[in-house]
Design a protein around this ligand. Structure first.
Ligand SMILES: CC(C)(COP(=O)(O)OP(=O)(O)OC[C@H]1O[C@@H](n2cnc3c(N)ncnc32)[C@H](O)[C@@H]1OP(=O)(O)O)[C@@H](O)C(=O)NCCC(=O)NCCS
Length: 223
C-alpha cells in the first residue's frame, strides 16, 4: 500500500489504495453517537472544504441543534453510509453519502451529500458507497415485494450536481463512471447556481402499483 499522491484529486489515474470498510449508520442510540461524534464533524468539514458542491452552507449547518441532527438520522426515509480506514483509524470517516427515499414504498431514491476526503480520493471509495446505497435500495424493495403479484420494475436513483464552481466536469465523469446519465438541468434560482440532474435505474424488481416521482421534485433533505 503506497502513500497518497500529492494531489489526489488531480486528473491523473489512481496510484494507491487503502483498505476501507463501508457501513450504514444504524438508527439506534449507538448510531446517534456515531452520527453526532463522527458524521456531524465530517459533514461540517465537507461544507467548509467544498462549499461549491452543496446547497447547505457551513454556517447554516453549524447552527443546527443536536435535536436537528438526531431527527435527520432517525428519519425513516434517510440512510447515511460511510467509509472508514479498516486498518488504521477505524473511526475517522473518509467518505460518506446519504440516501433518501421519496416516500414510503416509492421506487424513487435520491443520493445526497456525497463527499470523499481529498487524501482518500481516486481509490474507488465513493463508487463503493454508491454501490452500497444501490444494494440497500434494491434489497429494501425486494423485501417489500415478497408475496406481491409479479411485474418488472426498476429502482430509480437520482441526484443533483450544482453547476456552480468548477466541479461539474469532474463530478460528471465520476457519476457517468458509476452508471448515471444526465436526464435534465435547471437554471439558476435564488443564487444557487442551478443543477444538473442524473439518474440511474437499478435492479429489475417485481412489484405492482408503484408511483413514480415527477422529475425535479425537491426533498426536504438538505441540512
Ligand atoms: C466526487 C467525489 C465524491 C469522488 O470521490 P472518490 O472517492 O475520489 O471517487 P472514486 O475514487 O470512487 O471514483 C473516482 C473516479 O471519478 C472520476 N474522477 C474523480 N476525480 C476526478 C478528477 N479530478 N478528474 C477526473 N476524473 C475524476 C474518475 O473517473 C475516477 O476514476 P479513476 O480514479 O479510476 O480515474 C470526490 O471527488 C469529492 O468528494 N468531491 C468534492 C465533493 C463533491 O463534489 N461531491 C459531489 C456532490 S454532487
Amino acid at each position: 500500500m503506497g502513500e497518497p499522491s500529492a494531489d489526489p484529486s488531480s486528473s491523473s489515474p489512481r496510484t494507491h489504495s487503502q483498505p476501507y470498510t463501508i457501513s450504514m449508520i444504524p438508527q439506534t442510540p449507538e448510531g446517534i453517537t456515531i452520527y453526532l461524534n463522527h458524521y456531524r464533524p465530517f459533514r461540517l468539514k465537507m461544507l467548509e472544504l467544498s462549499p461549491e458542491a452543496f446547497l447547505t452552507t457551513h454556517s447554516t449547518a453549524s447552527s443546527f441543534l443536536q435535536s436537528t441532527w438526531e431527527s435527520r438520522l432517525l428519519n425513516p426515509l434517510g440512510r447515511t453510509f460511510f467509509a472508514t480506514n479498516s486498518e488504521t483509524n477505524k473511526s475517522e470517516i473518509l467518505s460518506s453519502l446519504t440516501l433518501w427515499r421519496n416516500a414510503p414504498n416509492s421506487i424513487n431514491w435520491e443520493i445526497t451529500a456525497l463527499y470523499t476526503l481529498p487524501s482518500a480520493r481516486r481509490q474507488g471509495i465513493a463508487a463503493a458507497l454508491i454501490k452500497s446505497a444501490e444494494d440497500y435500495a434494491v434489497q429494501q424493495m425486494r423485501s417489500e415485494a415478497e408475496g406481491e403479484p409479479e411485474r418488472e420494475e426498476f429502482c430509480i436513483l437520482s441526484l443533483a450536481v450544482r453547476k456552480k464552481g468548477n466541479n461539474v466536469a469532474k463530478v460528471t465523469k465520476f457519476y457517468e463512471k458509476v452508471g448515471f446519465f444526465i436526464v435534465g438541468s435547471e437554471n439558476e434560482q435564488n443564487d444557487q447556481g442551478g443543477v444538473v440532474w442524473f439518474e440511474k435505474k437499478v435492479g429489475i424488481l417485481r412489484r405492482k402499483n408503484r408511483r413514480i416521482r415527477p422529475r425535479g421534485m425537491k426533498y426536504n433533505s438538505a441540512i
